[in-house]
Design a protein around this ligand. Structure first.
Ligand code: PLP
Length: 388
């Protein structure tokens, strides 16, 4: 792992919001639930006036994330999807957008449906296909969306190389960093203009908040997007911001343990007779392994695999696994198991899904923080039963 630009965020995460309370010296940043703020006098505003526009708790969280991502402006949104939608406010009807063919199902659904309504033009490409990507860039897009590693197949794109190519044609680059978090990847240092997250996942990390965040490299772009976030009313709530900031404090330490468990799970699955392929960037033969080593500070804790025996075997696996919870989402302390074709990627039509390599026998897991022996025993039991 050799990206020298990655800043160690452990201390900044732990210290987030500490000692910011000017009134009582509260050690932890308080929750400000008030929806509105008094003016000092006629036409004399304080820093905050109305909570959709600005809120002290949300501002602390936004500032922290902007710092961790090494950007200038952070915007906290109500969900990860509203962070993606916010970026769409930059687009006019004649603008072209390029998205990866295997991006998060919700992002795929949003871009394809807005394009169908004529809000902008869209090209969907396999961003690992150099000539397809070059052809798309030759059409001079306004925005290129990247997701690395991708969901659910953990494909990698070289953010630095692609950002450079995008900038040569005048395109803005936005990276979905949900799968890694700023603990493992900081796309703005690799040339991206915008980085965004579903904070629902690793950043909050406890599966009790749905939220999003977006950070820009440049101040002006950040201010433009913050204006839109207030205008369309998608800013995150104070309570969610408080919880996400609380979760964020342990992000670096959680990620470390998530990864330690994931390596062992990946090794266990690799040699398992019930499994065809394991998709995990930590393997030397994974096609994105070298890119991961170059741009990430770790391989993350998400992986997916094809179970032998198709959907029937997947069903048996799910019926027999106990510790893993069958649920959408990822990045929480608990281990989750998911069937992308019928769950996270159900918003994709079958043709697009199969073209993206998301087969009916694909299973995705988010490796949690339970004891590794319990995790492995549960998988061993479920997989044995899947082949009965
Ligand atoms: C979950 C997710 C989103 C959407 O976020 P929500 O908080 O569910 O709206 C976007 N991108 C990725 C990679 C995700 O996993």
């Amino acid at each position: 792992m050799s990206n020298a630009n990655i800043k160690n965020i452990t201390t900044s995460a732990v210290r987030a919001g500490i000692n910011t309370d000017q009134h009582h010296g509260a050690v932890v940043a308080p929750i400000h639930l008030s929806s509105t703020y008094s003016l000092k006098a006629f036409n004399e505003k304080r820093q905050f006036d109305y909570s959709r526009t600005g809120n002290p708790t949300r501002a602390t969280f936004a500032k922290t994330i902007a710092n961790l991502e090494q950007g200038s402006v952070g915007i906290v949104t109500s969900t990860g999807m509203s962070a993606v939608h916010l970026i769409c406010q930059l687009l006019a009807t004649d603008d072209l957008v390029v998205i990866p063919h295997d991006c998060y199902g919700g992002s795929f659904r949003l871009f394809t449906h807005l394009a169908k309504r004529g809000q902008f033009k869209l090209i969907v490409v396999d961003q690992n296909d150099q000539s397809a990507l070059a052809d798309a860039l030759a059409k001079k897009p306004k925005l290129v969306l990247l997701e690395s590693p991708s969901n659910p197949l953990l494909r990698l794109v070289d953010i630095e190389v692609v950002s450079k190519a995008c900038h040569e044609v005048g395109a803005l680059v936005a990276v979905d960093n949900t799968f890694l978090s700023p603990a493992l990847q900081q796309p703005l240092t690799l040339g991206a203009d915008i980085v965004f997250h579903s904070t629902t996942k690793y950043i909050n990390g406890h599966s009790d908040v749905v939220g999003g965040v977006l950070v820009t490299k440049e101040q002006a772009l950040g201010e433009e997007l913050a204006w839109w976030a207030n205008c369309i009313g998608i800013t995150g709530s104070a309570f969610d911001s408080f919880l996400a900031l609380r979760g964020l404090k342990t992000l670096p330490i959680r990620i470390k343990q998530h990864q330690e468990n994931a390596v062992q799970v990946a090794e266990f699955l690799k040699n398992h007779p019930a499994i065809d392929t394991v998709y995990y960037p930590g393997f030397e033969d994974h096609p994105g392994h070298d890119i991961a080593k170059k741009q990430q500070a770790g391989f993350g804790a998400m992986l997916s695999f094809d179970v032998k025996g198709g959907v029937a075997a997947v069903k048996k696996l799910f019926a027999n696994i106990e510790l893993f919870t069958l649920a959408q989402s990822l990045g929480g302390v608990e281990s989750l198991i998911n069937h992308p074709p019928t769950m996270t990627h159900a918003g994709m039509d079958e043709e697009a899904r199969l073209a993206a390599g998301i087969t009916d026998s694909l299973v995705r897991i988010s490796v949690g923080l339970e004891d590794i022996n319990d995790i492995l025993a549960d998988l061993a039991h479920g997989l044995a039963q899947s082949q009965q």
